[in-house]
Design a protein around this ligand. Structure first.
Ligand SMILES: Nc1nc2c(c(=O)[nH]1)N[C@H]1C(S)=C(S)[C@@H](COP(=O)(O)O)O[C@H]1N2
Ligand SMILES: [Mo]
Length: 351
């Protein structure tokens, strides 16, 4: 008999939004078949043109690079978590509208490509550049602003020039899968994944701040339920974690159970993961496995010895080297971004 294998979880078919079976994945690399899929539009049709990316705007020598040219340049590898800003949205109370992600709008693997700064140096940026805008080949109606748009996002110059911001051409050693941005995709470690624009068509240097709908309407935190008071843009990932085992509301037996999961952050690295079995009164440190790279999640485990039958709630929180810690209740915001409340599972223990 063959071993059972997990599946992606379907959230919507058109555009295709699928969740990774994150509780059933182990190890540092998410195989393509289990990588979550997050799309605003139907998939773009690939043609010969899709194998070219144009760099223009406030540059001295606007220029088209072909896929082959980019692939022949010196490349680097970046292993990173990609997490959708809407990951875990379904846990917000009061509930919010949007894709109903649980914990699996999250995956990671090894991207290979060229340092974006190399391409920008080749075209010569002018002094007044403030942001770089990235346009994907996909387009359609926006949910929140009337009109047709391409998926477009910008990065401030310092993030664009970070040595680990790359134009990727490979994932886990192979060409990027079509659904994940083939042939060329921007990869921006530390940022929520809306920044990592798939199917790159155009890169444009601008002298002010970009005003597209995926920059100034979506992907902003709106702390107020009705008005835009206090609105600010979504950028880097919060400190966060997921319990992979045991499953929520599972029934187990007395004995020792390995509570396990992953923790990640967009600022520094994970320094501690703690487990509480008494609603946060006391905490015990989980064992952190070696991190596999600077931007990857960290696996943790906690041997839990249970000697009494009953019902238990396991709560987990992670801390990072920037001094952040997961809150019991994260900041509510109207579009449901950046959920990082402590993970919690309920279990019943039988004899
Ligand atoms: N061109 C393009 N790039 C995109 C998107 C998109 O819809 N179109 N979605 C973004 C969002 S919100 C996320 S979370 C990630 C999802 O990447 P994946 O589908 O490879 O998991 O891609 C980002 N890049
Ligand atoms: Mo996303």
């Amino acid at each position: 008999m063959r071993l059972n294998r997990p599946y992606l979880i379907t959230r919507s078919l058109c555009p295709e939004n699928m969740e990774s079976p994150i509780r059933f994945l182990r190890g540092p690399v998410t195989p393509t078949e289990y990588f979550y899929r997050r799309n605003h539009f139907t998939y773009p049709d690939l043609s010969a043109q899709s194998y070219q990316v144009h760099i223009d705007g406030l540059v001295n020598r606007p220029r088209t690079f072909t896929f082959e040219e980019i692939r022949s340049l010196k490349s680097r590898e970046v292993t990173t978590v990609l997490e959708c800003a809407g990951n875990r949205r379904n846990y917000f109370r009061p509930r919010v509208y949007g894709e109903r992600w649980e914990d699996g709008a999250l995956s990671q693997g090894v991207w290979q490509g060229v340092f974006l700064g190399t391409l920008l140096a080749a075209v010569g940026m002018q002094d007044n550049v403030r942001e770089i805008v990235f346009t994907g080949w996909d387009h359609g109606e926006s949910n929140n602003v009337p009109g047709q748009y391409h998926f477009q996002r910008s990065l401030p110059l310092n993030a664009a020039l970070d040595p680990d911001t790359i134009i990727a051409h490979s994932y886990n050693g192979l060409s990027i899968p079509v659904k994940h941005g083939h042939p060329l995709r921007l990869i921006v470690p530390k940022w929520y994944a809306m920044a990592s624009v798939k199917w790159l068509k155009q890169i444009t240097a601008i002298g002010d701040s970009f005003g597209g709908p995926f920059q100034t309407v979506d992907y902003n935190y709106y702390p107020d339920p009705v008005t835009d008071v206090g609105k600010y843009p979504v950028t880097t990932m919060h400190v966060n974690s997921v319990i992979q085992y045991p499953l929520d509301y599972s029934v187990l037996r007395l004995g020792i159970h390995q509570v396990e999961g992953i923790a990640w952050t967009g600022k520094g690295m994970i320094t501690k993961v703690e487990v509480s079995l008494d609603n946060g009164m006391t905490w015990s440190e989980a064992f952190l496995k070696q991190s596999t790279s600077r931007y990857s999640w960290r696996e943790w485990l906690f041997p839990w010895e249970v000697s009494e039958v009953g019902t238990y709630t396991i709560i987990v929180r992670a801390r990072d080297s920037s001094g952040r810690i997961q809150p019991f209740v994260p900041m509510w915001n109207r579009m449901g971004y950046g959920y990082n409340g402590m993970s919690k599972v309920h279990v019943k223990i039988l004899i």
